[in-house]
Design a protein around this ligand. Sequence first.
Ligand code: G4P
Length: 507
Amino acid sequence: MTASRRTFAIISHPDAGKTTLTEKLLLQGGAIHLAGEVKARGQARRARSDWMKIEQQRGISVTSSVMTFERDGITFNLLDTPGHEDFSEDTYRTLTAVDSAIMVIDAAKGIEPQTRKLFEVCRLRSVPIITFVNKVDREGRACFDLLDEVADMLALDVCPMSWPVGMGGLFEGILDLGTGKVSRPEGGSREFLGKVDENAELPGEVAEEVELAQVGYPEFDIDAYRGGDLTPVYFGSALKNFGVVELIEAIANFAPPPRPQPTEAGPVEPDNKEVSGFIFKVQANMDPMHRDRIAFMRLVSGTFKRGMKLTPSGLGKPIAVHSPIMFFAQDREIADSAEPGDIIGIPNHGTLRVGDTLSEKNQIRFTGLPNFAPEILRRVALKDPTKTKQLRKALDDLSEEGVIQVFYPEIGAQWIVGVVGQLQLDVLISRLEAEYKVEAMLEAAPFDTARWIKGSDRALDEFAEFNKMNLAKDRDGDPVFMARSAWDVGYQRERNPDLTFSATKER
Ligand code: G4P
């Protein structure tokens, strides 16, 4: 069964066309019947929750979700990642749950900052990438330019799989470099509606380019692709439906089926009979009438059956999963069973946390789900000081969800929150008010960044003696060095060779 699963994400810079491509993929997969539904449904869903007004106002999508569709016997799980650069932490975690990714590039812009950042996360985990150069129905940069940019900036071999027959006003279709067939635009909208020329005559200039391209780049090599060393490149237009089917076929034919996942005791293979998975995202208040949370679990091994008892690593005692949710694009459904690679949503009241492993025997612990060192730190001040208890609860909850990180200083009573992007702070204030009735303000903190410290008890004690003012505990009670600057980190690292100062923490 696992051979028939493809779990992937789309990474891109905002505006490159991820939403449009998602719609078209779902449309091709038969999951939705009208393009535009992704956005429309998104808006309906967002309107349900107060804090999500932020996303509406800013016209961005903060929450990621899962879209499942089937085609030719293969189940595709598309994990949506928020495109806004402020929300990188959430996006990073989602990328821990996929086996491959599609990187969408705007043909006029090439590699943009967010594309590059996300690509680096994929590279950390050797997630293989298929590249889609979008918007060739518009004037764009020369194909060779774009290919060389991907190769140089990302240090990847590139292998063009298709080639645009002109761009912008001269756009006459997409040539499949494997078969020589050309998909043609039709009608007033100049969309792809299924018209394919078998033996198309190419304009002289294009024929020349194609000849050069075929000798100038390495041949497609599936092992190099799966190892993260080579990216096949498809040209197309999501808006006009060019290159979309080719992408689905590429994912089906080349993208890896569910991969083994690392634990300290070695990788867990998908065909391991014991059911196991990990939580990569928790979303609260999808329905404000119920204070519920959905924990998103990526199934790693075994066949999950509804009602099964699984033990979360953070809890120690098993929970029965009675209403697991599968996310088909049109609807949420209760899942009766799920296979490795599938994502199931587990409703809970705060027992499940990002980074938790769930397993039948409680002996597996997946590694590699990092917390990232916050780049912005703020002190939280209450408008009404009698609300301390509520605030603590709220900060604990929200840090469990991964909305913020919280640090409780060893000295002083003011708690500190850390985030990777500014937008997370707006979400924090808005949710504190809406969900916990806590009015809070954020003040400048005397720290610039934080590092998790590890070492022997003695080394830690010694360090604490001199640095009490800069010590805090995180939500799990682990020690954190609150630094005034990056320089400070370097200085302490040099002075304390027995301690490690880490910018990420694996849970
Ligand atoms: P994003 O999710 O990556 O942010 O991008 P999105 O799909 O929302 O696309 C950004 C803009 O680019 C949209 O236009 C969209 O219609 C356009 N676009 C996407 N794919 C193509 C393509 O293949 N060709 C052309 N020419 N345009 C494309 P917009 O005017 O900003 O938004 P909208 O009001 O049309 O939705």
